[in-house]
Design a protein around this ligand. Structure first.
Ligand code: ATP
Length: 351
């Protein structure tokens, strides 16, 4: 175990966010990685405490420490979205989560989906990594009401954005010993956007000839995911497809509560559960904390604390292997703290 200590920002978030953070901080402590956490409030909680859902000082805290653990934020419901103003000028985003990603220039949203013995049934062998482009696509917030019966939106795809995410996906596959990259798209209909994405990613493949490459229409990809989930290894796709595909994959392995994620850019990265703030179950003590705990494992890998990351994954698998630690989203009756404590005990026991 390394003696290094780290300073990492923490965004405790809204809804189930604070509960997820409490469990995750406990697990990180139990695995022996020394992290000093620095609060960077965002979302509804920050609107209440700072008068803005994305305070400039919170973004500065994340930039200072470069990495953050982030719980879900409640999406801005007001029309007009989120405006960020600083000495660089004024920028506008459609939601607070979108704003954080784009302010920190994290363009790759990495969402591993792994099945668990005792939880995921016939999807227990699933082990894929979704690499979702999050700096462009259809969520750039360029939407307008043409007249009261017609809405328009712009989907932006650039060669540079496609090259960047394509290279990220192949490089990720190479670094993590994976064998294949699948590009998912709808290039048969969206020739100028998804067509550009596909041809660009295909070209990048020439730099990584040891990695197999295939492409699939996103609708066919959903079909294959359900029929033959092990056929996927790394799947790279534009923003909205990745958003939806990753929720489908999480549902197949058993719960949104098992789905971790990382948002990675050239300078900053933050690690967050793939799901939202789930206000319906907040404060009841029944949240499944595994999504954020596994996001912390991705953070540890990013810090090159690979042994700790592996131990956390094993401790989670061992806990999920016992039905008595299943939270209600997995069909059980365990509380968040019972599952968290089981993971911590497994870590201490070296399970
Ligand atoms: P958003 O609109 O921000 O995507 P949401 O709350 O509408 O967020 P999700 O958070 O994606 O939707 O989740 C949908 C449902 O899945 C939640 O309402 C909740 O019941 C369940 N869920 C999500 N995360 C968890 C979790 N960690 N543990 C248990 N159940 C969860």
């Amino acid at each position: 175990m390394s003696n290094t200590s780290y300073d990492i920002a923490i965004i405790r978030g809204d809804g189930i966010g604070p509960e997820l953070c409490e469990s995750t901080v406990k697990v990180v402590e139990a695995c022996g990685v020394n992290i000093r956490w620095h609060d960077a409030p965002m979302g509804k909680a920050a609107t209440e405490s700072h008068g803005h859902c994305l305070p400039v000082e919170s973004l500065e805290t994340v930039r200072l420490h470069r990495y953050a653990l982030k719980a879900p934020l409640i999406a801005e419901k007001i029309s007009g979205g989120v405006r960020v103003e600083d000495d660089q000028g004024s920028r506008h985003y459609p939601s607070v989560n979108n704003a954080v990603r784009r302010e920190l220039l994290t363009y790759a949203n990495v969402r591993p989906v792994v099945g668990f013995e005792g939880v995921s049934g016939k999807y227990r062998e699933m082990d894929l990594v979704i690499v979702r482009e999050v700096s462009e696509g259809i969520y750039i917030g360029m939407e307008e009401e043409r007249d009261k019966d017609t809405g328009w939106t712009i989907k932006q795809t650039t060669r540079s954005g496609s090259e960047r995410i394509g290279r990220f996906a192949f490089d990720y596959a190479k670094r993590s010993g994976r064998k294949k990259v699948t590009a998912c798209h709808k290039a048969n209909v969206l020739h100028k956007t998804d067509g550009l994405f596909l041809s660009t990613v295909r070209d990048i493949n020439c730099e990584f000839l040891a990695i197999d490459f295939e492409d699939l229409m996103i609708d066919a990809a959903c079909y294959h995911l359900i029929k033959n989930p092990v056929s996927f290894d790394v799947a790279v796709m534009p923003n909205q497809y990745g958003d939806i595909f990753s929720d489908v994959a999480a549902g197949l392995v058993g719960s949104m509560g098992l789905a971790p994620g990382a948002n990675i850019g050239d300078d900053y990265a933050f690690f967050e559960a793939s799901h939202g703030a789930a206000p319906d179950i907040a404060g009841k003590g029944i949240v499944n904390p595994v999504s954020l705990i596994l996001s912390a494992a991705l953070l540890m890998e990013h810090l090159e604390e690979n042994d700790a990351a592996l131990r956390v994954r094993r401790a989670v698998s061992a806990a999920l292997g016992q039905q008595r630690f299943h939270t209600p989203d997995l069909g059980g009756r365990a509380t968040t703290s019972e599952l968290t404590d089981a993971i911590c005990i497994n870590l201490e026991d070296g399970k």
